[in-house]
Design a protein around this ligand. Structure first.
Ligand code: SF4
Ligand code: ZN
Ligand code: ZN
Length: 301
């Protein structure tokens, strides 16, 4: 197969739009789409202080690389969850990825901060549920305490399609109303954006190899058997039969999202009496999960 634009040998054949591309034209095409997503949804402004949430995996590694290439002055951030072996191995990848693009990296280690790792807390909630709460809280508070304007995450098209699908499947309509490439900031909630929102996972892996980014493909031990992996397989299967179905599903959802707005539960937002961050009750779920008596200090020293 030859590249659609220059007749060099094809590096990849995209499924939608269907076209073979050489490495150089694939890199150009990939970056243009990320730029278009940022512009279409007005995700980033020039003077904003940007914090990129890193994981060691391909999505955040590629995202930080591309943002740096676009000349955004990014800062990177990694939460070491203290999961035996796994978290430290991911941290090594994050360090190398940040060195490659010469971006500052801040690491928060849960074990040092809270005295235990994720998976070691004795509560009735499933590990992934309180891990999600922990990651959201820490990334938000770190950004807020250190005056970042926006937290950027590497969620891709496959993540979003499967997330929307699972919430439709269980009719969690209050989550659907708030799902999208941009979650605006409000009070102590810092704006969150997803510049890879329209980029398929398979192309992110192809881009990483094309530009020589090293990343870990190791899956968190708590993710094994997660249903989201099944949803992703399902969408990949559908995509083979109907190329373009993922992006049509996600864009179609964004057009209809307003239909779910009435479903958002708008309870009174209080301030957690321990940490002062927004909370539905007297004490926020983060402080409750970790049994805190005083707030965690996340300011950069
Ligand atoms: Fe946390 Fe691992 Fe679950 Fe992801 S899979 S939410 S990192 S415990
Ligand atoms: Zn070409
Ligand atoms: Zn709190």
């Amino acid at each position: 197969m030859r590249c659609k634009f220059c007749k060099e040998e094809a590096y990849i054949t995209l499924s939608h739009p269907r076209m073979p591309l050489c490495k150089e034209h694939f890199i150009e095409y990939f970056e243009r789409r990320v730029k278009r997503t940022i512009e279409r949804y007005n995700l980033l402004k020039e003077d904003e202080r940007i914090l990129v949430a890193m994981s060691g995996g391909k999505d955040s590694a590629v995202l930080s690389y591309v943002l740096k290439k676009f000349n955004y002055p990014i800062h990177c951030f990694y939460i070491n969850l203290g999961i035996e072996g796994y978290s430290d191995r991911c941290e090594e990848y994050v360090k190398r990825q940040c060195e490659m693009i010469d971006a500052p990296l801040y690491v928060v280690r849960i074990r040092e901060l809270l005295g235990a790792g994720v998976g070691e807390v004795k509560i009735s909630r499933p590990t992934c549920s309180y891990c999600g709460t922990t990651k959201r809280y820490i990334s938000n508070k770190f950004a807020y305490d250190n005056k970042f304007d926006v937290v950027v995450t590497g969620h891709n098209l496959d993540d979003e399609a499967s997330f929307i699908f699972s919430n439709v499947l269980y009719w969690n309509t209050q989550y659907l109303a708030k799902q999208g490439p941009l979650l605006p900031g409000e009070g102590k909630f810092v704006k969150r954006v997803k510049p890879l929102y329209e980029t398929p996972e398979s192309e992110i892996a192809a881009y990483a190899s094309a530009v020589g980014i090293e990343y870990t493909g190791e899956v968190c031990p708590y993710a094994k058997g997660a249903i989201t992996l099944t949803y992703k397989e399902f969408f990949n299967h559908l995509e083979k039969r109907r190329p373009g179905i993922k992006i049509r599903f996600v864009r179609g959802f964004l057009k209809k999202r307003h239909l779910f707005e009435g479903e958002v539960r708008r309870g009174e937002v209080k301030e957690c009496k321990i940490c002062g961050m927004p909370s539905g009750g007297e004490v926020c779920s983060f402080c409750r999960i970790w049994g805190l008596k005083e707030p965690v200090d996340l300011t950069i020293k």
